[in-house]
Design a protein around this ligand. Structure first.
Ligand code: NAP
Length: 311
């Protein structure tokens, strides 16, 4: 007989909660949506609460939460959740600062809660096959091209332009894939960041990464891409060229399409959360976020034309 689904609450009902979390939970055998904690965007027929404490008082059966708020202010939510022994799925990026992200991980250590620091792009269908294919090959060159239109994917979300975010909101997805599939640890060698004259976060970035070998690793992010949107990674090795396209959901070797599992990212993400809960383990990898912080630290900045949502 299968176990009962875990009653879960979504904290922060916005675009990603509606686009992915709610439909994924509805299709999941492992979780059921029992409540929300959000300030305005409530769901019909789902009880909503003003805080984690009110959630726990009103829905004592809720055992887990999925945090889908923007990154700023998550540490307070985590502390409340840990105080009530809730298991936590955390949308990317984990926090607004590295210190806060590390405090989140520290809050879990020694607690009764499980924490899943998620990187949804790592669950894309071709990521694990790519990792396996690359394992025994020597890498000569890596080229990342992550180019999308912020107006299409984040309509009217002013928080996207807060310091520390900007083009790194999608860019961190590429970094989460790279740090998963490449066989050696990555560090930032140098970066250039393009800041719109009226914004506190970059609209484009170019990064050079170092993996401790002579591989050339170049990463290009653009948040002002009109026309076709591009989420591609090409990796030249001593034994063929691997290409990941469509955000890591498709893979080819020397131009020949490879078979990959047919399971959506967020279904895999929630399946992994269920597995972590069942085994009482946390997954707290912060490496993609550290690379973003390092790009802000070392990045040479230049000013570009002001950004206009209607431009
Ligand atoms: P969003 O549309 O702005 O939604 C976030 C929601 O969080 C808001 O609607 C707000 O709803 C709620 N909220 C804000 N502060 C809160 C608080 N203190 N307590 C409770 N609720 C709060 O943003 P989003 O695009 O969904 O992104 C959220 C997170 O998911 C970000 O970290 C983002 O990087 C990540 N993500 C987004 C996408 C995407 O395609 N948009 C994809 C993957 C991951 P109320 O006004 O009702 O409180």
């Amino acid at each position: 007989m299968s176990a009962q689904p875990t009653p879960l609450a979504i904290v922060g009902v916005g675009k990603i909660a509606r686009d992915q979390h709610i439909p994924t939970i509805a299709a999941s055998d492992a979780f059921t949506l029992a409540a929300t904690v959000t300030r305005h965007n409530t769901l019909p027929d789902v009880p909503n609460y003003g805080s984690i404490a009110e959630l726990v008082a009103g829905q004592p059966k809720v055992r887990a939460i999925a945090i889908c708020t923007p990154p700023r202010g998550r540490i307070a939510l985590i502390r409340d959740a840990v105080a009530h022994g809730l298991d936590i799925l955390l949308e990317k990026p984990p926090a607004a600062t590295v210190t806060e992200a590390e405090a989140i991980v520290a809050a879990i250590a020694g607690s009764d809660s499980v924490l899943h620091v998620t990187w949804h792009s790592r669950e894309a269908a071709a990521v694990e096959p790519a990792r396996a294919w690359l394992q025994d090959r020597r890498i000569a060159r890596v080229t990342v091209s992550w180019r999308e239109d912020v107006r299409v994917w984040h309509p009217g979300q002013e928080w996207i332009w807060e310091p520390g975010i900007g083009v790194f909101d999608p860019g961190i997805n590429a970094l989460s894939i790279l740090t998963r599939i490449l066989p050696h640890p990555l560090s930032l060698a140098r970066a250039t960041l393009a800041f719109p004259a009226n914004k506190a976060a970059p609209i484009a970035a170019d990064l050079v990464l170092d993996d401790g070998t002579d591989a050339a690793i170049a990463v290009g992010f653009d948040f002002d891409q009109r026309g076709p949107q591009t989420w591609d990674i090409a990796i030249q090795t001593d034994d063929g060229v691997l290409t990941l396209t469509a955000g890591g959901s498709a893979m080819a070797v020397d131009g020949v399409t490879q078979a990959v599992p047919d399971e959506p990212e967020y279904a895999r993400l929630y399946a992994r959360f269920a597995e972590l809960i069942a085994t009482r383990q946390s997954d707290t990898d912060l490496q993609p976020f550290r690379l973003v912080a390092d790009a802000y630290l070392l990045g040479v900045r230049r000013e570009v034309a002001a950004f206009d949502w209607n431009g």
